[in-house]
Design a protein. Structure first.
Lengths: 154, 289
């Protein structure tokens, strides 16, 4: 049973967890395209820009949380996931970490360097998995919408 | 004589899945046991699988505790009943990208995976949409996308565009776009001789009712309960699968159908998992007798 403060934290943090999970999926999606030979998989792919925007919003939300004691580990995992995703996005977009500069024209047409981007995305995914494991209500897959779990919400 | 031995091997189950999820419109008609299975195809010097199930480490506890999925066992244990190891698997045909069909890639280190390119590209498209469209990502795990990147980097991911004949001797892949998922795929095995074609349909059909309705004297198609695409396309896919099976509905195999045991020889293992023997090749000992 969660105490009241942890319950409130859980409810308030669900969206930023889902957003970080989504950023990881978006970056991974572009990497799949890159590895499958997709010509659109360059640093100016619209999904990378969408991921960067969503990441900024999620980071703001995570940093604004004041976790209760029981949620500190969860919060720490979210912060680490956010940092790893920042590194992945920087590698993908050809930016220095923390830079808000636009992607240069030269950088925007080059192929993605999957080898540099994949490790921090994988690291972020692992942090999100750990966050998922330490508090209830943060699933890595939206099972409640999946056909395999339809019997629960029917 | 059969070219391939074919087994449907259970690795987990849900005791009471609502029938309306399996059969479109079957509301308030009760529940049915839903086995989770993959198909193993062995012969011609190959060992292939249709789908790979899911990884307990990533999903098992949540599925067991919240959704009542029971008795999950790993591929190493399940395949051992056929004298096989995950490392023996050479080709894997992923019917669609839901976690319970594609969620165990990493357990098969030597296999080449075949998946419809549209399944991947539409995933990516869905991920680019705003949060309010998140239903479109149902059942998809970001971890599977990462594992797909790894497969591609290792040269073990083959993106198929539409139908592909002869991916292995006598084995063809067929696209069923915009049905259960955007890039669903079904698999035919021509097992030697006429009237010996088998269809493995993934989630394009969950039960025999999807393929023949509930009146054996007046069969008709009823789609499954979930279509990311359309029910019309699901029905047309059922027609295509039945034709490929020579019109014999018993040759279209829905791996989630619990009553395969009434159609084919089968047995329960010591772990209470069912093995259903669809076909047996020359020289292969039966797993069920």
């Amino acid at each position: 049973m969660l105490d009241e403060a942890t319950t409130i934290y859980t409810l308030e943090s669900r969206k930023c967890f889902e957003d970080l999970r989504r950023v990881a999926a978006q970056i991974a999606g572009v990497l799949v395209l890159a590895e499958a030979g997709g010509k659109s998989a360059t640093p100016d792919h619209p999904m990378l820009k969408a991921a960067a925007q969503l990441h900024r919003e999620a980071v703001d939300q995570v940093r604004s949380r004041q976790p209760p004691v029981a949620a500190r580990a969860h919060h720490e995992f979210l912060l680490r996931a956010a940092d790893s995703l920042a590194a992945a996005l920087a590698a993908a977009l050809g930016l220095q970490l923390g830079s808000a500069a636009a992607v240069s024209t030269a950088a925007s047409s080059r192929p993605l360097q999957t080898a540099a981007i994949l490790p921090p995305v994988r690291e972020a995914y692992e942090y999100l998995q750990r966050a998922s494991n330490v508090l209830p209500g943060f699933p890595m897959v939206a099972f409640e919408q999946a056909c395999c779990a339809g019997h629960v919400h029917a | 004589m059969n070219r391939y031995s074919i087994w449907v091997m259970e690795f987990a189950h849900v005791p009471d899945y609502h029938l309306s999820g399996l059969i479109y419109g079957a509301h308030n008609q009760g529940y049915r046991r839903l086995p989770y299975c993959y198909v193993v195809i062995k012969g011609e010097g190959q060992v292939a699988m249709v789908d790979v199930g899911y990884n307990y480490k990533a999903y098992g506890e949540v599925l067991a505790n919240m959704y009542g999925v029971r008795n999950w066992h790993p591929p190493r244990e399940v395949l051992a009943e056929a004298g096989l190891k995950p490392e023996d698997i050479t080709s894997i045909f992923i019917t669609h990208a839901h976690f319970d069909h594609m969620g165990n890639i990493e357990d098969f280190p030597n296999a080449t995976f075949y998946l419809q390119e549209r399944e991947l590209s539409k995933w990516v498209w869905a991920m680019s949409l705003e949060r309010r469209f998140r239903w479109l990502m149902l059942g998809i795990d970001p971890g599977d996308i990462l594992r797909a990147v790894d497969l591609a980097r290792q040269g073990r991911l083959v993106c198929v565009n539409g139908d592909r004949e002869g991916v292995l001797p006598g084995i063809d892949l067929h696209a069923a776009f915009d049905t259960h998922t955007w890039g669903s795929m079904w698999v035919t095995v021509s097992n030697g001789g006429s009237g010996n074609a088998w269809v493995f349909c993934g989630d394009l059909a969950y039960t025999m009712e999807n393929l023949r309705g509930d009146d054996l004297n007046d069969p008709h198609y009823i789609p499954v309960g979930l279509a990311t695409g359309s029910q019309v396309n699901l029905i047309m896919a059922s027609e295509a699968m039945l034709k490929a099976a020579g019109g014999d509905v018993s040759h279209v195999i829905p791996p989630h159908e619990d009553r395969l045991k009434d159609m084919f020889p089968s047995r329960l293992t010591s772990a209470n998992l069912r093995i259903t023997e669809v076909a047996l090749a020359r020289g292969q000992a039966s797993l069920v007798r």
